[in-house]
Design a protein around this ligand. Sequence first.
Ligand SMILES: Nc1ncnc2c1ncn2[C@@H]1O[C@H](COP(=O)(O)OP(=O)(O)OP(=O)(O)O)[C@@H](O)[C@H]1O
Length: 888
Amino acid sequence: MVVGQGPRGTTASASTTEAEPGSRLTAVSGAAEPTALQALRALGSGPRGLSEQEAERRLTRYGENVPPSLRPLSWPRRLVRGLKDPFTAVLLVLGLVSAAVASWGTAVVITVLVAVSCLLRAGGEMRADRAMAGLRDLVATTATVLRRPEDESGAGGAAPVARELPVDQLVPGDVVQLGAGDLVPADVRVMRGSGLRVREAAFTGESVAVKKYPVDAPHSPSQPEGAGAFDRPYLCFQGSSVVAGGGTAVVVATGSDTRLAAAHTGISARAAGSFDRLVHGVSWILVRFMLLTPPLVLMANAALRGQGLETLPFAVAVAVALTPEMLPVVVTTCLARGASLLARDHRAIVRRLPALHDLGAMDVLCLDKTGTLTQDRPLVGGSVDGMGREDPEVLQWAAVNAWWTLQLADLPVPDPLDEAILAAADEGELVTCEPVAALPFDPVRRLATAVVRTPGRLGTNTLIVKGSIEAVLERCVLPDAERQRLNARAASHAADGLRLLAVATVERPTGQRSYTPADERGLTFRGFVLLRDAVTDSAAAALCDLAERGVSVKVLTGDHPGTAARACRDLGFEPGEVLTAERLDALSEADLAAAVSRASVIARCTPEHKARVVSALRRAGHTTGFLGDGVNDLPALRAADVGIGPRDAVPVAREGADVVLAGREKDLTAIGHAITTGRYASGNIAAYLRVTLSSNLGNVIAMLTAGVLLPFLPMLPTQVLVQNLCFDAAQLAFAYDRPRPTVLRRPTTLNARDLLTFITRFGVLNALADLATFGLLTLAVYGPGGDDEAVFHTGWFTENMLTQALVMVLLHTGRRAAEHRGRNRALGPVGWAAALLAVIGVLLPLSPFGPPLGMTSLPQAYYAQLIAVLALYAVALTALVRREAEHV
Ligand SMILES: Nc1ncnc2c1ncn2[C@@H]1O[C@H](COP(=O)(O)OP(=O)(O)OP(=O)(O)O)[C@@H](O)[C@H]1O
């Protein structure tokens, strides 16, 4: 029996009761596709799902339902991945070049450097991944699955029970229920559905949700022969999200057999965030420098001294000296440490490490209103007709709509507006209506419709439509003037802070078999339901806190502009002129960016509008966050540099978020803590980059200049590399340091261009100190007629280590001290690492390791002169630091 064709287009036949995974989706072309029942049988399952025992057996056989991209990497694979890092790749090339010219010392030191940085990086990443996996488990996503408990005979014949199961425990043949806000947990075939609409943007790039429904016998007219897997309305794929409606479906493929695994993209693929851009920018600047340095050194030596390839080891060592080998380790450690502190102290879970940096850099945070600024526990305040008179019948119509749209859904999703309406209505009367069909709420239509038999009349059905004012009024048969009057009345209620739903009805003859949104027309307006929604306790404090931290807030809501403006005012947040999303549609990309940068509140947003606004803000140069909890927030969460979701967000919003606020109560002040932690991490990363790059650049300039002026190499290649290794190791302290207070007050933006200006300025100063020492050594110690190169090399090695220690202290701890104006003199991890570096710089030449490295002891007088040079350098550096701090 042909079972079908997998998403990757493989056909397979199954003669057993259960086919192989990956072969379960129906054929795209050719042989007849199985009917729904045949597909269930081929999977060895049934409408009542699998027994617990059978599910366990399948879990052992097929493994957990985790896409390969999320599985932990083994040690060897991690090490290999470390080698792909651009710095490591350049180092390896330099190592190979050294080996090729038989410069074994340089080649060995470079190999050690690469091995140490790969090991440290793999170890750091592994620790970070373990911590992240633990954190992710705290907010794991579940699916509603039908399983049959075993009966006494152990046959699993008992009635099925619907229960929540972690998504990774699903197996082929499981029967799952889908509801709005769910993530499709595996590749599934829909068996039953009502108004089911799924967004497959992760695969197709198409942001508009597509309809999904069961097809008993494929190749029906609605399902053209030869269509691709995504055109099959009865197939839903892991990683898609349910935006409306619900259904029951059978799992046809899990784990590595899913389309998500085959596509290697999906839910984790997203546009590069601010962090990725920074790392990419910095890496490529450095890689270019590194590749350019050896040929330059070779050419200079050839031109000035007629030397050839014998200067290659030195040229290679100079390029290596420029490399921040520890960059990946320091960055990963800073972020992982921040993420675990945030989880421990403030119960905010970072699900994607770079997002922590982006939180620190975020300067605009977009929020939805409902459920974030307001409590989303509305209370009905009354219902009125078009003339503003109290009319309980309007509420009753709305309640019948709410009741049957919920009852007819496979997996009813609690909707706060519907719950409020049902709580206020007379329940006894609801069930007396006989249901026919329902079109569940979706945030694009902004409508929900229930069809019931018209009470007391045979032969007609009544469509009860409730939804946003604009969406309902435009479907009502009304003169324009009346429509305007009703809109104005609604606006005045909204300005009082009320949320409004409009209700309308229409009668249709029975006999129509199915209903679609096209039937929501020619309506008779019935009235408004008025609801009150209190603001969240912590929202006012959180908004104030965000403003103090230099983060501007924008509210993007699907609600009425009047209601949104009033909620903002109640929170002490001046909304200014409220834009409606409709107005954005007419704007060009440039005008859109300007308009959304100015506006503080944008109302009547569809999910796509929210994403468009976020993308426009990013294009305008803002690092943009989005905080939302609903199914209408998913595209924006994914479009933002950093998506934030509260713990009680619908599963798709939680899965789409990079940071989940997992505290028990909806506490928005947790965002402030998350931002602080992000700024800590990104502040430390920025300090590390500044210190290490300006110091490396200074050394390289000095070495190149000295190399040209001296008749011998200013430092031996191995000495350059040892010094580099010590300095790099000391840099790890940045992952554990406290950044300066100004870092916490403003978004920590660091772009590659600013960084380049900074490192050039400080690098040149560093080079000047090095060259002063060079003069000192030449004139005083080595002497004009001197011939002991070892003294020169040692003197310069010690000076370099001491200036690097000074740079660490003054560019980092020193900046903090400058801001503290003398307070808080504690050394901190960076201070201690710098002290250790200085001690090594002085003692290494005197130790037993000195002679093998070509070093010797220095004359006493040199130390006194060196102190003078260092003191001058410290004064100049402090002045430059002060000047820079004043400009920040
Ligand atoms: N269950 C429902 N039935 C009918 N209409 C609804 C229902 N829920 C919401 N609406 C209408 O649709 C509008 C948009 O809803 P949506 O869920 O997109 O955003 P919201 O909850 O108002 O705001 P936010 O975007 O801030 O979360 C609501 O303002 C309301 O008028």
